[in-house]
Design a protein around this ligand. Sequence first.
Ligand SMILES: [Fe+2]
Length: 315
Amino acid sequence: MKTNEIFNLSIKMGIEADFRGREGVKKFLENKSKKYEKMDEEEKDEFDKDALENPYLDSRIYYIADDKEIKKVLVGIDIGPAEILLAKELGGIDLIIAHHPIGKGLAHLADVMDLQCDVLNFYGVPINIAEGLMKERIEEVARGVNATNYQRTVDTARLLEMNLTNSHTPCDNLAAKFLKDLIEEKKPERIGDLINLLKEIPEYREAMKIGAGPKIFVGDKENRCGKIALTEITGGTEGSPKLYEKMANAGIGTVVGMHQSEEHRKEAETANINVVIAGHMSSDSLGVNLFLDELEKQGIEIVPCSGLIRISRIK
Ligand SMILES: [Fe+2]
């Protein structure tokens, strides 16, 4: 497989696991195309054409130094200049795959947050409320990443002639689908049962060894879960703290997330929503691993770094 094929596979897998379904993703792209068609020449020129085909603009190919057959990849949750140097030092690395976005992927992080409206709607929050509250949060995130030195890592890859790509929301979609399917199958009754269920997942078991296992942020292990929502696994980054009250009104009892700010935690507590935080690096690893298994099946060797807990599910 070449870099392009690896990247396209991650996008395809992300779409298959997407809460919106294949049709929903198609509509999202069609909407972008319609907007593009209405633009004048100057606007069209400035428009990011990737948006017409890639529903996850936080996932990109940043640099191809050598469009060769990929046999060995270095994969990490956060890739910075240090990891690019590491790849060079290790030798024999054909491609570096990051999870978290860098470069123009990070500049477009807010673009994938629209997905959260659909996830919230899937769990019963009226779409107008989800869209209304997410709109201001999306704008906040777009401004928030603005100060970043976007190209630092990409520049390092270019200077050291390393192929560089990332897969963020596609992998987070895989993690969300995995957890959703498991929770729907096992139907944990109480928060303690939910925590125990998560602890059976190898990535979380590994994280527990360093004190980063699943934790209750709001609630008690004796609390009943009620309706469990996977609203904080995929869709860029944290949504609006004002959503918890609306989620409670929609009948959500427990939220499973990767990580949570104190402001969000307090709002969830006020709304009497239980919060189970599965863990950040471990949840990211789960999604990335499900993608990497497909590369491993193609005979690609995987070298994990930068917080990736590599677990292979290939038997
Ligand atoms: Fe993450």
